[in-house]
Design a protein around this ligand. Structure first.
Ligand code: FES
Length: 220
């Protein structure tokens, strides 16, 4: 399954609250290394996690107002990805060709979703109000996940197909929105949102038990 499934369309990249205002975080989806950052304008942006200068990860960068400054030599990029300032050449107007590579980035369902710039798929629209609950890393490849999910957790097979789906979980008042962020051989991240604060604790416990289920040994 890993060999044929790859980055396509819109993919979940984290819970909304993973990228707080004024911060930059890293997200890996298959082989794509992505920096997600949020400026003072509240917008989440997703860029290739590689500074156009010498390749430093932009997820280590410093966010001020609506700009991201690379940690290494201080090149600063505006909110569109264009280079706005090079400290070693303060009087230079940076060429327009110096740009961070941007992904599409939207927020819906309490999560951040990204798409490669060439994608023509419309962004996902998840109805309802969803509250970020918990993210967990699962130490199992997509192939392994598919095998386990196919043996007794039938509802989750639906979630895998679309990278996200709603589930009913015993003991919770509302539904759980579960998204799978595949990271290739590095496993996957599971992101869970709930419909209200009354379910936060139980849903958090549930996703932890789900991880145990997903990581259990597969019978030969
Ligand atoms: S590597 Fe980013 S400014 Fe040099």
């Amino acid at each position: 399954m890993d060999s044929v499934v790859s980055f396509a369309g819109w993919m979940p990249a984290g819970l909304q609250n993973a990228a707080e205002t004024g911060t930059s975080v890293r997200a890996v989806i298959f082989e794509d290394d992505i920096a997600i950052w949020r400026g003072q304008d509240g917008l989440a942006r997703a860029w290739q996690n590689r500074c156009p200068h010498r390749g430093m990860r932009l997820s280590y960068g410093i966010v001020r107002e609506n700009r991201l400054t690379c940690l290494y030599h201080g090149w600063t990029y505006d909110g569109t990805g264009g280079c706005a300032h090079i400290p070693a050449h303060p009087d230079l107007v940076p060429p327009k060709s110096i740009r961070a590579k941007a992904y599409g980035c939207v927020e819906t369902g309490g999560m951040i979703w990204v798409a490669r710039s060439e994608s023509s798929e419309p962004p996902p629209q998840i109805s309802g109000t969803w509250m970020p609950c918990r993210t967990m890393q699962v130490n199992r490849s997509l192939t392994g996940l598919a095998e386990v999910l196919g043996t007794g957790k039938a509802n989750l097979a639906l979630a895998m197909g679309a990278w996200a789906g709603q589930l009913r979980v015993a003991g919770l008042q509302g539904a759980v929105l579960l998204a799978v962020q595949p990271m290739g051989a590095r496993g996957a991240m599971l992101h869970a949102c709930v419909t209200g604060p009354e379910d936060l604790t139980r849903a958090s416990d549930w996703i932890e038990s789900l991880r145990g289920h997903l990581e259990r040994p597969i019978a030969a």
